[in-house]
Design a protein around this ligand. Structure first.
Ligand code: PLP
Length: 393
């Protein structure tokens, strides 16, 4: 029966992050006291002012198809916001497509640029979905190891050395899932010089750009210069910064030829993302005071938990962890225990009911991913259990 499935279905791997999360949820449902660090979503509810705007839209009859690329007013405001916050100049609503989640924005962007046989450079560690999306486009993922000593960041020398005549795209993700690492403006500038020189399009996934710490401010390659903007597809969205994961709203901002191609692909796949959800998103952009307040509250909690977890890891013999400045993940190194990350995570869940994601899923078997989008109490308990577990190894 397997023969009736396509090569796409056979070649694609299921998302390992969702798999860990569902295993932890199953154990919890059985009454087990699981500390779940697997989730890739904020543990806060969507702010009320956003919810009420969507409810109002629903009651006002905003329940029909709209322009496939998204609500014109939302796209206008997003263009203005990206100009102000990211320094992306000369863009309008025409450069922007709103899709059903940032994941779909990434997928359509890859489909718009990558043809069968094209190579896409993906720095490892990477977000699990990039290689699978590249494969779905018929492309070839080319992994380049970004070293832990360099904060898991690709260097311009590594980038240039990986380029072949078939290279079509580089994927950058800052702040990063799974490492929490951030690329500085200078880092991005050096990489974009290489991209422009070799005419390579950069998919810049900036899903976590609002979630940064230690005074770091995220930059976008599209905001560096007119040239850099012409080679950048910027991905953003509402899932992480506004705690709207279930709303499924992502954003792509790109040069006109790519934006038009993405818009065309969307007309033949999902059509517009949920109409009344987009009215909620519009309010999130319009009501800057409320948005700022709810983001500040969330950031305060994330920062506290980040430091609790980071300090806790570094106090455990055998674990080392870098102080990541973004997103809500830490990526401690567990290689001193002599176990692969899959075995480490399986034992940790079985013996101590602590759920984390093996780094091998992200291209680094020496590490494991902890999400700190969990309560302080879970972090405290999880660290206690980790300490016991590591002492036994
Ligand atoms: N990009 C990265 C790096 C992510 O971690 C995620 C979600 O986990 C996404 C994109 C997609 O977000 P969304 O939930 O909006 O599809």
């Amino acid at each position: 029966m397997n023969d009736r499935l396509s090569v796409w279905a056979k070649n694609i791997s299921p998302s390992p992050t969702l798999a860990v999360d569902s295993k932890a949820k199953k154990l919890k449902a059985e009454g087990k006291d699981v500390c779940g660090f697997g989730a890739g979503e904020p543990d806060f509810d969507t702010p009320d002012f956003i919810k009420y705007a969507a409810i109002k839209a629903l009651c006002d009859g905003k329940t029909k198809y709209i322009a496939s690329s998204g609500l014109p007013e939302l796209r206008d405001r997003l263009a203005a916001l990206y100009a102000e916050k990211k320094g992306i100049k000369g863009i309008s609503a025409d450069n922007i497509v709103v899709s059903a989640g940032g994941k779909f924005s990434c997928y359509l962007s890859i489909m718009a640029v990558v043809s069968p046989g094209d190579e896409v450079i993906i720095p490892a560690p990477y977000w699990v979905s990039y290689p699978e999306m590249v494969k779905l486009a018929g492309g070839v993922p080319v992994f380049v190891s970004a070293s832990e000593e360099n904060d898991f960041k690709l260097t311009p020398e590594q980038f240039e050395a990986a380029i072949t005549p078939k290279t079509k795209m580089l994927v950058l993700n800052t702040p990063s899932n799974p490492t929490g690492s951030v690329y500085s403006r200078d880092d991005l500038d050096a990489l974009m010089k290489v991209a422009v020189k070799h005419r390579i399009t950069v998919l810049s996934d900036e899903m976590y750009a609002s979630l940064t710490y230690d005074g770091f401010e995220a930059s976008s390659p599209a905001g560096l210069s007119d040239e850099a903007r012409e080679y950048t597809i910027m991905i953003s969205g509402f899932s992480k910064a506004y705690s709207m994961t279930g709303w499924r709203l992502g954003v792509m901002c790109a040069p006109l030829d790519i934006a038009k191609a993405v818009a065309k692909l969307q007309t033949q796949t999902t059509s517009n993302a949920n109409t009344f959800a987009q009215y909620g998103a519009l309010e999130a952009i319009k009501d800057t005071e409320n948005a700022k307040r709810s983001l500040a509250k969330m950031l305060e909690s994330f920062d506290r938990r980040r430091l609790m977890l980071w300090e806790g890891f570094n106090a455990i013999d055998g674990i080392s962890c870098r102080r990541a400045k973004g997103a809500f993940y830490l990526f401690p190194n567990i290689s001193s225990f002599g176990l692969g990350s899959t075995e480490f995570c399986a034992k940790l869940l079985d013996e101590e009911l602590v759920a984390v994601v093996p780094g091998v899923a992200f291209g680094s078997d020496a590490n494991v991913r902890f999400s700190y989008a969990v309560s302080d109490a879970v972090i405290e308990k999880g660290l206690e259990r980790m300490k016991k577990f590591c002492a036994r190894l």
